[in-house]
Ligand binder design. Structure first.
Ligand SMILES: C[S@@+](CC[C@H](N)C(=O)[O-])C[C@H]1O[C@@H](n2cnc3c(N)ncnc32)[C@H](O)[C@@H]1O
Length: 313
């Protein structure tokens, strides 16, 4: 038996702690424990309770690879292939952004519109990525016992690989049959559905959640921790507002065409995530593109401006 065969949990953790600390990974011991528990397919508590338990050569080899990936700034979620969001488990791969805790605010806000006098609500999640936002919304609405025929749930993304992951997550959380997925540029693939879906004969509301890319190329260059995430999910032109600008124009165009057909214009709530530095620039953009809209910008739990809520009636 060689030296590596005889490693126990404590020794493996010490090895990882050294590597992770050397490379300035925050909370290295906690990360080492999580990485090892993922390899051993045991809870973290097991690792803490049995430090003298031996691990196999193969398990240590896998662990070393995982530590190396983490040292190279691969997000933990890409290594473990999962991330919890809004209390639900999501499969994660490098085709999608790793869901962030601050984005849970968006779900919380969207759910406030889930009760609408028993009339129809259309929830649309644009740039759905892993599908975390729409899946959490659907799951919570259905678990509250609300009648699903009062709702339409739609998700879109420009990336077919992201959409495949979003579909997988909807299935894992048993809500796939309630969500329609479309590929394309923002609202473009679903314009016809918005024009037709229950709007002709019923009073409806539309709730759009959009955590679109909002970083500038400079911000991305200066953030080593996000280098391994898809740039398609992060970068949005020199001011980071490229996609929100296009989205506002699409919304104006849809409302213009509905009005031309004398349809009742649905109340529309837009819930967007921004970078905390964009408060002034997004305010300017909303006033310019959606001058009749009411809006507010909320801070996240860290005290940073994060969520923009726009009401268009
Ligand atoms: C910041 S990520 C957010 C992912 C997910 N909604 C979340 O909160 O974790 C942005 C997503 O928008 C998608 N995206 C980028 N450009 C797009 C476009 N023009 N139309 C639709 N989706 C787009 C990306 O593929 C990515 O999945």
């Amino acid at each position: 038996m060689n030296k590596i065969d005889s490693l126990n949990i404590r020794q493996a953790l010490q090895f990882a702690l050294k590597q992770l600390s050397k490379n300035k990974i925050l909370d290295p011991l906690f990360e080492a424990e999580l990485l090892l528990s993922n390899i051993l397919k045991k809870e973290r508590e097991h690792i803490l309770t049995y430090p003298n338990k031996k691990i196999s050569q193969l398990q240590f080899k896998k662990f070393k690879t995982a530590v190396k990936q983490r040292v190279n700034n691969t997000p933990f979620a890409y290594i473990s292939e999962y991330k919890y969001f809004y209390g639900l488990k999501f499969f994660i791969n490098n085709n999608v952004l790793v869901p962030r805790p601050e984005t849970e605010m968006m779900v919380e806000e969207a759910l406030k519109y889930s009760i609408f006098n028993n009339q129809h609500s259309i929830f649309i999640d644009i740039g759905t990525g892993s599908g975390c936002i729409i899946t959490a919304i659907v799951k919570n609405i259905l678990d509250s016992g609300l009648e699903n025929s009062n709702y339409t749930f739609i998700a879109s993304d420009i990336s077919s690989k992201a959409l495949a992951t979003a579909k997988k997550n909807a299935k894992l959380n048993k809500v796939n049959r309630f969500i329609k997925f479309y590929q394309g540029n923002l609202l473009h693939p679903i314009i016809n559905i918005i024009n037709k879906s229950k709007i002709e004969n019923h009073k409806s509301q539309i709730i759009i959640t959009a955590n679109l890319p909002y970083l500038t190329p400079t911000q991305i260059k200066n953030s080593p921790s996000i280098q391994k995430e898809p740039h398609l999910a992060l970068t949005a032109g020199s001011d980071g507002l490229k996609y929100y600008r296009i989205l506002f124009k699409q919304i104006n165009s849809i409302r213009y065409h509905l009005k031309a057909k004398c349809y009742q214009l649905p109340a529309t709530q837009l819930i967007l995530e921004i970078d905390h530095t964009q408060k002034t620039s997004i305010t300017k953009l909303i006033k310019q593109e959606l001058p009749k809209a009411n809006f507010e910008i909320k801070k996240d739990l860290g005290g940073h401006y994060r969520l923009v809520i726009i009401s268009i009636n």
